[in-house]
Design a protein around this ligand. Structure first.
Ligand code: FE2
Ligand code: ZN
Length: 447
């Protein structure tokens, strides 16, 4: 089965409903409030549009679209009987997609935004097979906007079904995921595009994935990490890290102590996106790895203790890393929330390592009480058996997890335990996902 990463149905379905045939009004009759469209006088023609340049556009359909300049500063596009969009002249001119205004290969703006006359107006507006065509009055420059692109970028109003660069919806999990954790095979990942897509999709959907059958070596682990993207250096390592409990760095990770569930690098302005672990050698007892779905814990907290959830989402907490002699890292801004949200309220990032918290001198007295109360409730949920997934991570089984979502920890251990792994940037991981998910045509439509 093809992975979710390869399913274009949402994009295809959304666009297929929208583009196909076109009818146009040449004249501009009776405009009211600048936007009214006069159907009676519309001089319409239907054009059957066949899209064939990519798998996204290979559906043949037709429907009516009307484009009108209006006597304000906008162009109106009527997608169907119930749907229309308005585009301001300056917006259209600034977003011209012709090769002189937008580099087709670099996908960068070439048009000089500041040379566009403030009162720019179209000389003519037409709807045709290639898209909305506008000839500008000041210099007769011709702009063509593909229908798929134009509809997907409608902002007045934003249209339902708009395809955005959203990740797949996360599937939240608890300790029962131990029965069927997401796993892919090393060979499959390294040699097939479908295997790679499935691996990346697991990480996006579940926040982690095992890779089984990995040769038990630093080289194979590094090759696997670099199959996603370059490795992020840090004060711990110039690349892949390889550690035992020798306190090579002044951090509890380099001991045999238990580590409670946490995310790494809460003290970076941009915490690491993914982490990879591979236990190469072990001849003792204990040391199992712990994983907790932070999004699931946050959801439970929100349901049971909305005030605590709100506190952890709004109060800003200072963090640091300063164990090594030459290191004193704090983030910018200095304080950060534990639960971080997009403007639409979606939780996108957890920054939580109670051990890395700095002095809480930025809070007021009542905020201190609120904070400890919320933190206790968070900790109760985080440490509940129902949420903790323990895994022994035998050599040959690599785990990769989303450090913005999945908290990790480990049991204390005795004996010799050698673990290697890597940090990867979130932006570069996501870029890799998109680069295999979207064709060049889809990229153009989405950007
Ligand atoms: Fe850690
Ligand atoms: Zn242009």
């Amino acid at each position: 089965m093809l992975s979710r990463a390869f399913r274009h149905s949402a994009l295809a379905a959304s666009l297929s409903k929208t583009i196909p045939g076109v009818s146009t009004t040449a004249a501009l009759p009776h405009l009211k409030h600048g936007i009214l469209f006069n159907r009676a006088k519309a001089n319409s023609c239907n054009i059957l549009r066949t899209f064939s340049s990519s798998k996204l556009f290979n559906v043949q359909q037709h429907f009516n679209v009307r484009a009108n300049p209006v006597d304000g500063n906008q162009v109106q596009v009527q997608w169907d009987a119930n749907t229309e969009s308005l585009f301001q002249h300056v917006w259209l001119r600034d977003h011209c997609r012709c090769p002189s205004c937008y580099h087709p290969q670099t996908r960068q703006r070439l048009v000089d935004t500041f040379a566009i006359p403030v009162d720019i107006k179209p000389r003519s507006v037409q709807a045709n097979e290639g898209g909305l065509t506008v000839v500008w009055d000041n210099d007769e420059h011709k702009s063509v906007y593909e229908w798929a692109w134009l509809k997907n970028h409608s902002y007045n109003p934003p249209l339902k079904g708009k395809v955005e660069l959203h990740s797949p919806k996360p599937v939240l999990w608890d300790a029962s995921i131990a029965n069927a954790p997401p796993v892919v095979q090393y060979e499959e990942v390294m040699t097939t595009k479908a295997g790679l897509a499935k691996w990346l999709d697991n990480i996006e959907v579940y926040g982690f994935s095992f890779v089984d059958g990995v040769p038990v070596s630093l080289e194979a682990t590094e090759k696997l990490a670099r199959h996603i993207c370059f490795i992020r250096e840090s004060h711990y390592s110039p690349g892949l890290w390889d550690f035992t409990s020798d306190l090579a760095h002044a951090d509890t990770a380099y001991t045999d102590l238990a580590l409670k569930a946490h995310t790494d690098t809460t003290y970076f302005s941009d915490p690491v996106g993914l982490q990879m672990f591979h236990k190469l050698e072990f001849d003792g007892t204990g040391g199992e790895s712990l994983f907790v779905d932070g999004f699931k814990v946050a959801q439970s907290l929100k349901e049971q203790h909305p005030k605590a959830y709100d506190t952890l989402s709004t109060l800003k907490i200072p963090t640091h890393s300063a164990g090594d002699e030459k290191v004193m890292i704090v983030p910018t801004p200095r304080e950060q929330s534990i639960l971080n949200h997009l403007s639409d309220g979606t939780l996108y990032q957890i920054r939580y390592n109670n051990d890395d918290r700095s002095t809480l001198s930025n809070l007021t007295a009542s905020q201190v009480d609120e904070f400890y109360d919320a933190l206790r409730k968070w900790n109760d949920e985080l440490t509940s058996d129902r949420n903790q997934y323990w895994e022994s991570l035998e050599p040959g089984r690599v785990v990769v997890f989303d450090n913005w979502r999945v908290l990790h920890g480990r049991a204390s251990f005795t004996g010799h335990r050698r673990l290697c792994g890597a940090y990867l940037n979130r932006d570069d991981f996501k870029s890799r996902v998109r680069s295999i998910k979207y064709s060049p045509e889809e990229k153009s439509t989405l950007l």
